[in-house]
Design a protein around this ligand. Sequence first.
Ligand SMILES: Nc1ncnc2c1ncn2[C@@H]1O[C@H](COP(=O)(O)OP(=O)(O)O)[C@@H](O)[C@H]1O
Ligand SMILES: [Mg+2]
Length: 391
Amino acid sequence: MTLIGLAYNQKPEPTELPTELPEAVPQRGELSRPDEEPPSKSFGLTVAELTARDEFAEWDSPVTIAAVEAALSKLGKVVRIEATEEFPERLRAIRPDIVFNIAEGFHGVNRESHVPAMCEFFGIPYSGSDPFTLTLCLDKARAKETLSFHGIPTPKFAVVENLADLDERTFNLELPLFIKPLHEGSSKGITDGNLCWDRDHLLSQTKFLLENYHQPVLVEEYLPGKEFTCGVLGNGNEATVLPLVGMNFEALPKGALPIYSFDAKFVWDRPERPLEIFQCPARISSELQSAIERVVLDAYRVLGCRDWARIDVRLDGAGNPNILEVNPLPGILPDPADNSCLPKAARAAGIGYDELLQSCLRFAAARQGVELDDSAAATPAVPGEPMLAAG
Ligand SMILES: Nc1ncnc2c1ncn2[C@@H]1O[C@H](COP(=O)(O)OP(=O)(O)O)[C@@H](O)[C@H]1O
Ligand SMILES: [Mg+2]
């Protein structure tokens, strides 16, 4: 029987979180009618509250971990190996035939690469991108340098480590500018305040991000066009783009900017009242769809992604697709009500949740010559014709 190690980080229970939000601030899940003011403006969160509430945004919930385990158990015996301090010893002792990696890591800018690096150290095959690609994509600027070198469009940018350098680094960028922490994901640190129409605001908001996220700030030219997120499955010439997910920012509360902010992702979108923010498949012309698929596959290839990824794309003022960022560890919430983009795109291609996860593992196993329990019987899922239903 194939032994599959499931490597993950599990979100702490709310009671274990370091800081409680004060009473006046609505807790996640209790907010807010969509026609109300965006909470990050109107509830006056303090800096500590803002950072405390998104610290564990990327880790997986017990429900997701159980769903992944159930899906993979059709292909072998799954052993959970939580990416805690005991991970190296347990990995060495268990020595699975292959590790299915969804661990986001905790410490430092190479955190997403720790689990795959340890697998490489012990010579154990694993799913998904390698340590280098995971670290590269977590540094949005270094990833953009690679994209630019290969002529793949991405907004003009600068990296600012301290305020004294701001003017010198950014004088040649055209307003408006959009700023974000360099090494985050899951919309951490992304608020409407990050759009800067003038240099004074650029200064104050850069100061805010530097002081509170303790990492350099990426300053980018703002892309005014439509946004898409694009799932990719597979490797080499067989890598395919799943039906595109178009962002419908009209669904955000009145007055909110057309960006996929932390509030849009985690506060305004609730399972009991989902925000109709995604259209999948996106209703766009076939020319635009091909142009997006081309830059997405080019980005996937030059950044060295493997097995699966989710890539964010936005159109510039001329309507050309630009890469915003590449997520080689894509979010995979199992409940369709949770509005998780990769599972949603897969469903639109007729690929269910279990099949999506099994496909990723099959691609990884095929690359590394690992036999899964039903290897003879099945091949990885290939997207069918997109189904036309939205959502
Ligand atoms: N240069 C930009 N122009 C316009 N919007 C942007 C730009 N960069 C980021 N955004 C908005 O912020 C969101 C989050 O940025 P992204 O780089 O994808 O970070 P994350 O890793 O948190 O998803 C994007 O989905 C988009 O809506
Ligand atoms: Mg993103």
